[in-house]
Write a protein that binds this ligand. Structure first.
Ligand code: ATP
Length: 777
């Protein structure tokens, strides 16, 4: 034993958990560290940070340091990892891992949470499986005594997948991938403007050596003309295929061409496909002769502050990792924390690592079907969505026989939300691919009812491909949106118009009013034969309050806008330090937006309509703020935030709360109210809203298509003929409207009976150190 080594602590009553980041950095790692530190401390553990990845474990000393609660303040908005990361050659060797084990024992650490890619997690699992031998060797070689090592018979490992590539099997998203996708989409959106102005082609190279997730999702989100991904290498004739698609789009009037290529793109023979090769083809004077440029996005894809999703994913997974450590027994296999659709889960770490490696092996062995099948369902769904919305537009072989083709009406009901246009674009593209006639109803039911007689086809007209092709990244609603329901417009008139325009199916996109509209139409079917057609609703609202789903498109865009607003407001207090901002959020009678934004920005308190506000609660929160400001170190220069939903109370508005805080603070700190208002509807939809909109909209039209027998009796007897599509837990489901209306809807409060996110509010409170305040009766 080295004489300089500190005396080993005896086994503490308290658990000692270490958190480490390893491999490539990714946005969201800092929120994960913050969550592990604070959740760990809240659960009575000591939490240590291991700096510089495995290098820190191997070297020990000052690279392993205990974290205090206040040290992770403000980390939610920081990009990269603040505890450093490194590739560590020594950890590949047993000798390095032996040193690491010794340092762990010397610091009394018996659980390690690692946030990194598959390499880092493989190393972690190896470390755990060798642990008993390593400890024995430390005793045998007299580096430590048997007594010192006695409390450290077992090591708990929990993995968090931090990676921008989204290359880990078993989870839909890795911490950081949506931020990277956001960066790519932002850049492609910029490039599109110049491409369109000059009628140019751009070949954009994105990261992804073994995984095409970024390229694929960017292709879906931006409406790229062609993509190249490792899992689906192009056949020998890829040159002809790409040129035919691009030529077809150009013939249809498109002025810009975007091709996205993953770093790891190959053809089926294993020959690399480079951006230069693609450029030469597009620019070929004998062929398309397009003015073509290459843009390699490089490290901008990694950088910057995490998007809202990565912040709360990192946070929730960090919390779950601490729970997993505390639940673990010596026999529990090492877990990693995954997310499937909307559900955070624990899964066996090594299986996921093996499956991930299997994808790379399958690609190397040119077994591409297998590589594709090993990716998650969402991946192949997205691939099909991409094919449908872009390249297959020229392929008439997928048209349905004429008698199966339908006239499908598309209507937007409610208030604009990010993703409404991309959903419409995808639905129209899918309809055209299948030979259906997609029809736009302008300005909701109000527009339908009032303007149908103004001029022929004033309110209803056929969509055309070129028109919608530009909507992949457009916010708002291009066909117009209105909150009026069919009953308000006049059901008889609406039913007569359905008959006039001979609709065979209806696709509604919108929020709670859209839900109400579908409910009214469903009930009116008994009376009006023209309404006996399949109908389905894609929930789209920033409030995320539509029953039948845990996620409405538009809510992610709203969260990102609100988060950016809060970050700026918080930062603005850096000069004065002692300031509380009381920010009013939208959300109707649902506290979803306020709560999730609270998770993403680290609010001191969130006030929701579900819980309400009482004077006792405010008094307790003001008392808490007093303590917090009194204990501030002077270095933590940023404001604090309270988020109040617009309908949390009839009396306590954001302004009144801010005034009360100011009055009670007695000049020890100050407060301001702030209302972002309609900014929350967002400008450009977020990539998550865009890609989910595409995927879900296509599923909706596929669902409508299934109703070949559209006789009144067949439609009336089939509960699936009026549905709402939703993400529920880990699945995408079509729920019959009747069931959702009767069993899942809190009509007076215009929200679902059961809101899955309610328990997340407790996490916001825990991580901000809010005491257990009195709740309203
Ligand atoms: P990214 O996806 O960003 O590349 P990663 O975690 O896969 O992240 P790697 O470079 O593969 O990145 O691994 C990071 C570190 O984890 C390595 O430098 C090494 O210290 C450790 N490590 C990786 N694989 C192993 C292994 N098989 N055995 C022991 N240690 C490993």
């Amino acid at each position: 034993m080295s004489p300089a080594a500190p005396p080993p602590p005896l086994r503490q009553k308290k658990r000692r958990i270490a958190i480490m980041t390893s491999g490539g950095d990714s946005p969201g790692m800092n929120p994960a560290i913050r969550a592990v530190v604070r959740m760990g401390i809240d659960k009575g553990c000591d939490v240590y940070g291991v700096y510089e990845g495995y290098e820190g474990l191997v070297q020990g000393g000052d690279l392993i340091r205990q974290f205090q609660w206040s040290e992770v303040r403000g980390w939610l908005s920081e990009g990269g990892t603040l505890i450093g990361t490194a590739r560590c050659m020594a950890f590949y060797e047993r000798a390095g891992r032996l040193k690491a084990a010794k340092n762990m024992v010397l610091h009394g650490i018996d659980a390690l949470i690692i946030c990194g890619g598959d390499g880092s997690l493989t190393g972690a699992d190896k470390f755990r499986s060798e642990w008993p031998d390593l400890v024995q060797e430390l005793v045998d070689t007299k580096q430590l005594t048997a007594e010192q090592t006695k409390p450290y018979k077992h090591l708990n490992i929990v993995g968090l997948v931090g990676s921008i590539d989204n290359d880990m099997s078993g989870t839909d998203a890795t911490i950081g991938c949506f931020s990277a996708l956001g960066r790519i989409c932002e850049m492609v959106d910029y490039i599109e403007a110049t491409a369109s102005s000059h009628s140019r082609a751009f070949v954009i190279e994105v990261m992804g050596r073994h995984c095409g997730w970024l390229a694929l999702m960017a292709g879906v989100a931006t409406g790229a003309d062609f993509i190249f991904i490792p899992e689906k290498p192009r056949p020998e004739k890829w040159r002809e295929e790409m040129c035919a698609v691009v030529a077809h789009h150009r013939q249809n009037g498109k002025r810009k061409t975007i091709v996205i290529v993953a770093e790891g793109a190959y053809d089926q023979e294993g020959n690399k496909i480079t951006p230069e090769m693609i450029k030469d083809l597009l620019a070929d004077k004998e062929g398309l002769a397009l003015d073509t440029r290459i843009t390699t996005l490089g490290h901008v894809q990694r950088g910057g502050s995490a998007c809202a999703y990565d912040r709360y994913l990192g946070t929730l997974q960090g919390v779950e990792a601490v729970r997993a450590v505390l639940d673990a027994t010596p026999d529990t296999p090492s877990p990693f924390i995954a997310v499937n659709e909307n559900k955070i889960t624990r899964k066996p770490l090594m299986q996921a690592v093996l499956d991930t490696k299997e994808v790379a092996n399958a690609i190397a062995a040119k077994d591409f079907d297998r590589a594709m099948s090993l990716r998650d369902t969402e991946f192949s769904d997205m691939y099909n969505s991409y094919r449908t919305t872009t390249s297959t537009a020229i392929d008439n072989s997928v048209h349905l026989p004429p008698k199966k083709r339908m006239r499908i009406a598309i209507i937007h009901v409610g208030a604009p939300a990010g993703g409404v246009n991309p959903a419409t674009r995808a639905a129209v593209a899918y309809c055209l691919t299948r030979g259906h006639t997609p029809l736009a109803i302008h300005n909701g039911f109000a527009g339908f009812a009032r303007h149908h007689g103004d001029k022929p086809d004033g309110a209803v007209r056929e969509f055309d491909w070129l028109e919608v092709d530009n909507w992949a990244n457009k916010g708002g609603s291009e066909i117009g949106m209105n909150r009026e329901t069919p009953v308000e417009s006049g059901m008889e008139l609406i039913a007569s118009l359905f008959k006039l325009y001979k609709f065979d199916g209806l696709f509604i996109i919108g929020g709670f009013e859209a839900f109400q509209s579908l409910s009214q139409l469903r009930k009116a079917r008994e009376q009006y034969s023209s309404l006996c057609i399949p109908m389905t609703l894609l929930p789209a609202t920033i409030s995320n309050n539509v029953p039948g789903t845990e996620y409405s498109i538009g809510s992610d865009t709203c969260l990102n806008e609100l988060m950016a607003y809060c970050d700026k407001v918080k930062q603005s207090a850096s000069a004065s330090r002692r300031r509380v901002f009381v920010i009013e959020t939208q959300g109707g009678r649902s506290g979803y937006i306020a709560t999730l934004a609270g998770l993403a920005v680290g609010a001191v308190a969130v006030y929701t309509p579900e819980e309400g506000i009482s004077i006792a609660m405010l008094a307790a929160d003001i008392e808490h703020l007093r303590k917090v400001f009194a204990g501030d170190s002077g270095q933590s220069r940023a404001g604090r935030l309270i988020l109040v939903n617009e309908k949390a109370s009839k009396v306590y508005s954001a302004k009144l709360i801010a005034d009360m805080i100011r009055e009670e603070a007695h000049e020890r700190f100050e407060s301001r109210d702030s209302i972002p208002g309609h900014v929350q509807q967002g400008g450009v939809p977020s990539p998550m809203d865009r890609t989910r909109a595409v995927r879900l909209a296509i599923k909706c039209i596929e669902h409508l298509e299934q109703f070949e027998d559209r006789s009144d009796s067949a439609i009336l007897s089939n509960p699936q003929s009026a549905t709402v599509i939703g993400i529920k837990g880990a699945s995408v489901v079509f729920s019959p409207m009747k069931e959702v209306e009767e069993n899942e809807t809190d009509w007076p409060n215009r929200r679902p009976n059961h809101e899955f996110w309610l328990e997340l509010k407790g996490i916001v409170d825990t991580l901000s150190g809010r005491p257990d305040v009195p709740r309203p009766e």
